[in-house]
Design a protein around this ligand. Sequence first.
Ligand code: BDP
Length: 709
Amino acid sequence: MRLASFMRGLWLAAGLVSATLGGSAARAEDGYDLWLRYRPLPAAQRPEPRTIAPGADTPTLKIARAELQRGLGGLVGGAPSPDSPSILLGTPAGSPAVAALNLPLKGAGDEGYLIRTVGKTTVIAGNSDIGVLYGVFHYLRLVQTGQGVDTLDILSAPKVKHRLLNHWDNLNGSVERGYAGASLWDWWKLPDYKDPRYVDYARANASIGINGAVLNNVNAKADSLTAPYIAKAAALAEVFRPYGIKVYLSARFSAPIEIGGLKTADPLDPAVRAFWKAKADEIYKAIPDFGGFLVKANSEGQPGPQDYGRTHVDGANMLADAVGPHGGIVMWRAFVYSHEQPDDRAKQGYGEFKPFDGQFRDNVIVQVKNGAIDFQPREPFHPLFGAMPKTNLGMEFQITKEYLGFATHLVYLGPLYEETLKSDTYAKGQGSTVAKVVDGTLDGRSQTLMAGVANIGRDRNWSGSQFDQANWYVFGRLAWDPEASTKDIAADWARMTFSTDPRFVQPAVAMMMGSREAAVDYMTPLGLHHQMGRSHHYGPGPWVSGGERADWTSVYYAKAGKDGIGFDRTAAGSNAVAQYAPVVAQRFSDLKTVDEKDLLWFHHLPWTYRLRSGQTLWDGLVTHYSRGVSYVDGMGRTWADLAPYVDPERHAQVADFLAIQRNEAQWWRDASIAYFQTFSGLPLPAGEAAPPHSLDYYESLSFPYAPGI
Ligand code: BDP
């Protein structure tokens, strides 16, 4: 039977997909719908209505068809006729019609898809149901962004296997470093009440290919491993399963003591090993597709194997042996710096892990933050990337903006992620990018991981602000393809979230693309880092000193004095540069070749040092601070001009937040200049306004109720 007549038969059997145009596009919106709004497209961009062929009724394929109907119903509307083009979706195994087409699906792998036009039919096929669902979301994205869908031939497969959100959510409903309201997980009412919002969460994640969620904070409570909480996690797993999302849990290393009645958590103790095996068995009984454990051990006061004189390998491998028989993985964080270590904190993660290369089990992934300190507005890539070829290394990015202005600053993180992923480690010569370490191609590894610390909470708009949704979005798209362009992704997001009108898209994307550099400028220019307020990390605090430990202070990182500013990490200083491949170390060490964006990360320099612009370091710093403030001014003006393209409710919120950001950028500039000028003793460059307050005033500001802690 020819495909066309086959499809006509299906159409008759299924009846037509009735789809009516939604209400007025100008209706106020609160952001709940994210990038899946499906509002009617402008007539010129609207493809003809399509029929959707019926097919296998698996949970995932039912969802895929429902999503297509919902999407096309909203975007395109209109009723298809028997002669309308059609969409056929499914797997060769589950659909005779798909099988008959003999499609080249090998490259789609387990989770990928092929979208191909065959006559008047668009086939969305995969080797698995979830591949088909991902394909449906890709197809809808093409429609949403106003791209033609008449002749398609797209093959796509994820380059990274585990694409995970890490929720730093506590059992009491608070979220560590969360700026979007309470935890989405209503632990109290679970498992009996499953908030319908969990479905929307899963849909949103599936639409960008995220396939796992670690439900609880890395600073974990052992309680999340007790029977009642396993049941709650199982209820979430049930909701997420048809969307291809596995649940994972953060495991507290001392759980054998706290909930197992043991005297020790020593990973070589047989009773401890038996506890974890039994615990894993118990979890897999409730959640057969449980993903595995995430562990923060011997870091910032968390318990770990070193408490018993054992190593990270001992701890990770013990847990790996417990979940391994069930197909689970262990993500062991490299965010480790010791309490006793007086050495440069930037060197410690490498120092702790590099010696163990090749000793971790195959189902262990060492999860490494993008930079060696801590999610700063800018950090050079972590030296572990490229340095452990015999170990699975995963990337950990922060999506929640702990160090980047919380929810009220418009900072698109795509360029930050892209900068790290494109960095060349030179581990195997030129082209050994971090992206190639993360996607496993550099060292031929298949257990690959990209994790993002989620920015999701119970706020109606999910992320605390409209534009922070873009950071969730770009994270997912990059986890699918770490080499994708974050500018293109921003454009997709802006079209789907606000408007496909080029008069909106072009300026909005330009504004987003420069926003991260602006935050670097007004907070920590020229390689400065960790200058935020103590503990809550809100606002400027370059004067923060004293307290529990030196490397929790700002003065430790800026090392400002009469002689100059910056952290000497060259051979003459801490020699952190030696942890990079020689070519990279050389580039960072040499003042002639180091990128000035990283200048004070690697060098301590006099205030009168000449930048490449010809300015002195002091003048350059001040210029950067002011430039950041001006950029935010510009965003305010751009956004005001974009009012005609955005519904009033979302427009007003973004405008108000930009005003907050404007004030806070100014505050960052003024407080930083007031403080550093006490060392430089130099006047401000011509035309630069003096800070309106005294340094005492800035230092006196206190924020005991700042969110996120
Ligand atoms: C730091 C956060 C802290 C986290 C820690 C981590 O301030 O709340 O617990 O990272 O990643 O940046 O473990």
